[in-house]
Write a protein that binds this ligand. Sequence first.
Ligand code: FES
Length: 165
Amino acid sequence: MLAEDSETSRRRFHLGVIYTLMGTIGAALGIPAAGYLLVPGSSNRKEEWVEVTNLEKLKAGEPEEIVFRRNRKDGWKILSEKTSAWVTKKPDGQVIAFAPSCTHLGCAFHYDEKHKNFLCPCHTSTFDLEGKPLEGPAPRALDRYQMKIEGGKILLGAVVKSQES
Ligand code: FES
């Protein structure tokens, strides 16, 4: 009887140790993962402002494709990615920066000098200089970068998706 009690308490002790270890490992893995997924902003998935060009280099009414690199923090990684923007300075001085992908299926569009609009070669969607769809299957306007001008320099932030039109 005494040996059986001793065996039972040893078994309980070992089970306690195992459960404690499992709980510790689970907490060590689960708490950061839950924080990453549930707490807004904890993923650090934010993009930085990138200086892309000087305002004075842009000609009014002539969109220019500007290629640049940006760092994007994604969780624990910092990714350096090459991207571009179609930047247009309007005659009134306002500047718009479009993300380079068509809003239909994501092809790279270009500026059609002859027709003074943006043309996507994949399914021939066209967009005016404000990014509004004119023809073709594109369901919404071109997406725009957040943009600010500081000391005559144009800085781009995150891409803001346009609304369905
Ligand atoms: S991807 Fe541009 S029109 Fe289809």
